[in-house]
Design a protein around this ligand. Structure first.
Ligand SMILES: CC(C)(COP(=O)(O)OP(=O)(O)OC[C@H]1O[C@@H](n2cnc3c(N)ncnc32)[C@H](O)[C@@H]1OP(=O)(O)O)[C@@H](O)C(=O)NCCC(=O)NCCS
Length: 143
C-alpha cells in the first residue's frame, strides 16, 4: 500500500519541504539523502533519518520514499541499509526505528532488509494512522 501522507501537489509545498529538510541537516548534521545511481543524473528517491519521540524516547526515524518508476529494483533496500549503517556509526546513542503502515508490505520488507526487526509492543497511533514499529537494536527496547 502506498503511503499518501507526504504527497505534494504544489511547487511551493516542495520548496517548504526542502527548507525543512535542509534546516534539519544544519541543526543535527544528518537528515535525508537524495538517492541516485553513479551512472545517471536521475534522482530515484530519498532516504534518511529524522529525530522524533516514540513513547517518550528520543529516536531516529528511518524514512524512504522512491519514485514509482524506480520501485522493485532493490534501490530502497540498498539505501535503507546504507543509512542504517551510517546512523549506527555516526549517531550511535539514539535508537533507530521505522514506522510502517500494516498494509505497506514493500516498506516492511525494506525495513527488514535494512536489518530492523518488528517490535509489536511499540506499535502506536501515528499522526496519520496506526504504525507498526521496527527497531534496529531490539535489545535497547526490552520492556
Ligand atoms: C516502500 C518503497 C520505498 C519500496 O521501494 P522499492 O525500491 O520498490 O523497494 P526494493 O525494490 O528495495 O524492495 C524491497 C523489498 O520489498 C519487496 N517489495 C517491493 N515491492 C513490493 C510489493 N509491492 N509487495 C510486496 N513486496 C514488495 C521486494 O521484493 C524486496 O523484498 P526482499 O528485500 O525480501 O527482496 C516504495 O514502494 C515507496 O517509495 N513507496 C511510497 C512511500 C512509502 O510507502 N514509504 C515508506 C513509508 S513507511
Amino acid at each position: 500500500m502506498h503511503n499518501p501522507s507526504d504527497a505534494l501537489t504544489r511547487h511551493e509545498e516542495a520548496e517548504q519541504l526542502y527548507r525543512r529538510w535542509d534546516k534539519q541537516w544544519e541543526q543535527h548534521g544528518y537528515g535525508y539523502w537524495v538517492v541516485g545511481r553513479h551512472d545517471s543524473a536521475r534522482q530515484l528517491g530519498f532516504c534518511g533519518i529524522k529525530p522524533m519521540e516514540l513513547h517518550g524516547v528520543q529516536v531516529l526515524n528511518l524514512f524512504y520514499r522512491f519514485a514509482a518508476s524506480a520501485w522493485g529494483q532493490g534501490f530502497a533496500g540498498e539505501a535503507a541499509t546504507a543509512v542504517t549503517i551510517w546512523a549506527a556509526a555516526h549517531v550511535p546513542d539514539i535508537p533507530l526505528i521505522a514506522r510502517v503502515r500494516p498494509a505497506n508490505v514493500a516498506s516492511q520488507r525494506v525495513a527488514r532488509r535494512a536489518g530492523l526487526s518488528r517490535a509489536p509492543h511499540l506499535d502506536t497511533e501515528g499522526y496519520d494512522g496506526f504504525d507498526w514499529i521496527y527497531v534496529a537494536q531490539p535489545e535497547r527496547w526490552v520492556p
